[in-house]
Design a protein around this ligand. Structure first.
Ligand SMILES: C[S@@+](CC[C@H](N)C(=O)[O-])C[C@H]1O[C@@H](n2cnc3c(N)ncnc32)[C@H](O)[C@@H]1O
Length: 239
């Protein structure tokens, strides 16, 4: 990611922590931004994701631990950069996690928050939001912490509210083009359908049935594209 490389080109970074690393999509961005002498640690509470991440990044300078963001098992002031990508809306205790991220950050260090945002979406991006929000709805019914996505200004407000100063921010796209390929659209429809199937036996099953044909028609009409992500570079406010 060019903007990130440009931002860090004159900064010294030895230790990075990626909170909620999942299977490592943002670890890849970090690996491409910093050189092989930078030590990157990914943490996630999902051991199944970490297994994938370990296989994907066997490099010596990248390692993983099973842990939640709310209780980081690291000394104070251990990292030059602490990142959180597409995990803010998954956190059980958002304030506690941001507090922990600041605690393990060295004075003058950088926090990177990358988060899918839902402002001014195209119809194809609205389709991704529909699927994502349905997934978060089903997750919440199962007792899994998963909020809906926020608008860019809401993400910035959360960051400022948690005593972080925004230094820079920019939007970027994971999927550069709208995908209209029938197989791909079928897959998205099947994802929605299987989420709906999970609701069998609950009142929500009948309540959400009508969404399926609407989603199918929208996919055929507009295609599918991931919503933009907002990347925010921030520093801890003093005091
Ligand atoms: C959508 S994935 C994002 C993965 C990766 N960071 C990326 O950018 O693609 C959200 C991740 O947040 C993790 N997560 C959920 N609750 C968490 C918590 N309390 N602390 C840390 N990570 C958490 C999930 O296990 C999941 O891997």
């Amino acid at each position: 990611m060019k903007q990130l490389q440009h931002f860090f080109k004159d900064k010294t970074v030895h230790q990075i922590l990626d909170v909620g690393c999942g299977s490592g999509d943002f670890i890849k961005v970090l690996r491409d931004t910093f050189d092989e002498h930078t030590q990157i640690t990914g943490i996630d509470p999902g051991e199944q994701w970490l297994k994938e991440a370990r296989a994907r990044f066997p490099q010596e300078n990248i390692n993983f631990s099973c842990m939640s963001g709310e209780t980081l098992d690291f000394e104070d002031a251990s990292f030059d950069v602490v990142s959180l990508s597409n995990a803010l809306h998954h956190l059980k205790d958002l304030e506690q996690t941001l507090c922990e991220m600041k605690r393990v950050l060295k004075p003058g260090g950088w926090i990177i928050i990358n988060e899918v945002a839902n402002g001014d979406l195209t119809e194809a991006q609205e389709n991704q939001k529909m699927l994502h929000h349905f997934k978060s709805f089903v997750d919440r019914l199962h007792g899994i912490s998963h909020r809906q996505t926020w608008k860019p200004e809401e993400i910035l407000a959360i960051i400022e509210h948690n005593k972080l100063s925004v230094i820079d921010s920019f939007e970027h796209l994971k999927m550069k083009k709208v995908n209209v390929e029938p197989h791909f659209l079928d897959e998205k429809y099947w994802q929605m359908e299987s989420l709906q199937e999970e609701l069998q036996g609950r009142p929500e099953y009948d309540q959400t049935k009508d969404q399926l044909p609407v989603f199918k028609e929208r996919l055929e009409q507009y295609g599918f594209q991931t919503a933009p992500q907002l990347l925010v570079l921030a520093q801890a406010k003093n005091g």
